[in-house]
Design a protein around this ligand. Structure first.
Ligand code: ZN
Length: 334
């Protein structure tokens, strides 16, 4: 069955060798009636083997993924590859150009836009193309995230506890060789329509990350990111080589209870008492909120509901009521 899509491309996914082209997403706007958005895509096809689809820039303020994948897209040669590697370093290109989490064109969060529709907003058209054209081609779907401007993560390979045990085992094995101190099992606490969930439902080996954040492209975090991508390619048989793994194996941690994600109780300035990676106790203050408009008002403590490792904290000092200021994860055996 031919799947209808409004997104075109000038690459041929079946052609051996290396192609660097673009996805062509219809984008008719006030300044250019017959315009298209051109999103760079690289396809490297060598001998027989699996297909990896790797993307960065799903959120436009997370920069390690785009930089790591742009470097790989320039360097990778077809004679090195057993299988096929499809790289889209800046999947939500308008958001990446703006350095914003959401697309400035339609205000849509690409990581809430799946599966998208045939006739959708620009961001929805990208989601629809992935769900209907690219995911069916892929065995491994890798989407590289970080904390963005609003959050700081202890760099982690992340995954959902998918119901299929065999699929989960493959995803966990890939997460464990990413090269981070923690493998983090997370819950979706802010909406549906996520890219990884769509790929998981289609049975893919889904590899995702939360690499640093704060709107940076941190050199140490970038190094971990590049190493992780390469390790997964070696593990999956796409390229030859030795995996570069830290001496200490990663610990698996999980934040699967809504209480593990701590919201700001009011607008204010948030002072965190802890840095990411530190242990926190249940019932203890994680930080406190200050109220700049009310000089005599004492700060309000923000209390941890659960005990564990602070895996993520709010980046900027200013917070609005309901912003996530902390995420606490527990060690788990899987
Ligand atoms: Zn993200």
């Amino acid at each position: 069955m031919t799947v209808r899509t409004q997104v075109g491309t000038n690459v041929d996914y079946e052609k051996p060798g290396k192609q660097q082209g673009h996805l062509r997403v219809p984008f008719s706007h006030n300044e250019a009636g017959w315009a298209n958005l051109l999103i760079p895509i690289t396809v490297v096809k060598g001998g027989r083997g699996p297909t990896l689809l790797a993307s960065g820039g799903t959120h436009g303020d997370e920069f390690e993924g785009p930089v790591a994948l742009m470097k790989l897209a320039r360097a990778l040669k077809p004679e090195e590859v057993q299988g096929r590697v499809i790289l889209i370093p800046a999947l939500n290109l308008p958001a990446v150009r703006a350095g914003k989490r959401l697309s400035p064109i339609d205000g849509v969060n690409l990581n809430r836009a799946f599966p998208g529709e045939y006739n959708d907003s620009v961001t929805g058209l990208i989601a629809h193309y992935l769900a209907n054209i690219l995911f069916p081609l892929a065995d491994i779907v890798m989407d590289i995230h970080s904390g963005g401007r609003s959050m700081l993560f202890l760099p982690s390979a992340t995954l959902h506890r998918v119901p299929d045990d065999a699929q989960f085992a493959k995803m966990l094995a890939a997460a464990k060789i990413w090269g981070t101190r923690y493998v983090f099992i997370y819950a979706d606490i802010a909406g549906e329509g996520l890219l990884p969930v769509q790929a998981e439902r289609m049975g893919k080996i889904v590899v995702t990350t939360e690499m640093g954040g704060g709107g940076e492209c941190n050199p140490q975090v970038l190094k971990i990111t590049e190493r992780g991508v390469r390790n997964v390619m070696i593990q999956q048989g796409l390229i030859k080589g030795e995996m570069d793994l830290p001496v200490e194996p990663p610990q698996t941690i999980a934040a699967t209870d809504p209480g593990d994600y701590v919201p700001a109780p009011a607008d204010g300035l948030y002072e965190s008492f802890y840095e990411v990676g530190e242990e926190v106790r249940a019932g203890a203050p994680l930080g406190q909120l200050h109220f700049p408009e009310q000089g005599s008002r004492p700060p309000e403590p923000v209390i941890a509901k659960s005990a564990g490792i602070l895996i993520c904290r709010r980046g900027p000092g200013e917070v609005a009521q309901g912003d996530c200021v902390a995420t606490i994860a527990r060690r788990v055996e899987v």
